[in-house]
Design a protein around this ligand. Structure first.
Ligand SMILES: C[S@@+](CC[C@H](N)C(=O)[O-])C[C@H]1O[C@@H](n2cnc3c(N)ncnc32)[C@H](O)[C@@H]1O
Length: 280
């Protein structure tokens, strides 16, 4: 079977099973098996697959048809233009989280050599993207999952920022030894009742998704802890889910009546990031 034939057959199977972006996914998985880039795939499109390659591709497609996300099959996901290693101990970084990173970069300009804390770092995508974009920043990256931190450390070495990112295993802000200039966080915010509708359910760790009855359990806990772990004039940036902005801004206003609170909308028009800036 040629690459062209294998790709076309895989695409048909993915389409028939209602997998979104079937063409892209079929191609991604074939390139993963062949370990080649797009250009090489299409310049040698009529080349025959070896029997081993055919079998490996068949197995990958079978896993995808059972619902496993392609990022776990390939072990990689791109985020903020960077390649991150992922496995089923970490959430697969989402494109919408890039807004949180962009906001943290913009806001960090008013601090010199800022200390940034990334709470719930998962595979380290936010912390490492910030370290690479902000050469003067130091980042404390916290996660309660030891297995997630192990993945994040591998990503840190891959991107050579070990000297500026420190990983801490623990609960929320507790492991931070000093207050940060910026706290950035993408905590679990899916309502427990909505978990079955998450299309990666059964594959991604529930610890990375489940935000309790109204989705705000973790965010609420963090908001109540934050005062002790943020400097005067510091900034808290939180990713939130659709429909959560009013509850989160009301909560922050009740805890920090004199702080400045903004809500930033993503490209799909969803209120996605809440930013709290503390007074002096
Ligand atoms: C939505 S995922 C975000 C992962 C990553 N920051 C990203 O944006 O792709 C939430 C992360 O919070 C971590 N987490 C859950 N409860 C936590 C807690 N109490 N303290 C610290 N981290 C926690 C999970 O292990 C998971 O890695």
């Amino acid at each position: 079977m040629t690459r062209r034939q294998a790709l076309s057959r895989a695409r048909e199977l993915l389409v028939a099973n209602n997998i979104e972006s079937a063409s892209l996914e079929a191609e991604l998985l074939l390139r993963h098996i062949l370990r080649i880039d797009r250009t090489l795939l299409y310049t040698e499109f009529d080349r025959e697959l070896t029997p081993q390659q055919e079998e490996s591709y068949r197995q990958c497609i079978e896993r995808r048809l059972k619902g496993e996300p392609s990022a776990y099959i390939t072990g990689h996901r791109e985020f903020f233009g960077l390649d991150f290693l992922v496995d089923n101990n970490v959430l697969i970084p989402r494109p919408e989280t890039e807004l949180l990173v962009e906001q943290a970069i913009t806001r960090s300009r008013k601090y010199s050599a800022p200390l940034i804390a990334d709470i719930g770092t998962g595979c380290g995508a936010i912390a490492i993207s910030l370290a690479l974009s902000l050469p003067d920043a130091h980042i404390d990256a916290v996660d309660i999952s030891e297995a997630a931190v192990a993945v994040a450390k591998r990503n840190c070495r891959k991107h050579s920022v070990q000297n500026r990112v420190r990983f801490l295993i623990g609960n929320m802000l507790e492991p931070l030894s000093e207050p940060a200039d910026i706290i950035v966080t993408n905590l679990p915010y899916v309502r427990t009742a909505d978990l079955p509708r998450v299309n990666t359910i059964g594959f991604e760790p529930p610890l990375a998704l489940d935000g309790g009855i109204d989705g705000l359990d973790m965010i609420r806990r963090l908001c109540f802890q934050v005062r002790e772990k943020i400097k005067p004039l510091g900034c808290l940036l939180m990713e939130i889910g659709m429909g959560q902005s009013e509850a989160v801004t009301n909560l922050l206003r009740s805890i920090f009546p004199s702080a400045y609170i903004e809500v930033i909308t993503d490209l799909s028009g969803i209120k996605r990031v809440v930013c709290l800036t503390l007074p002096r």
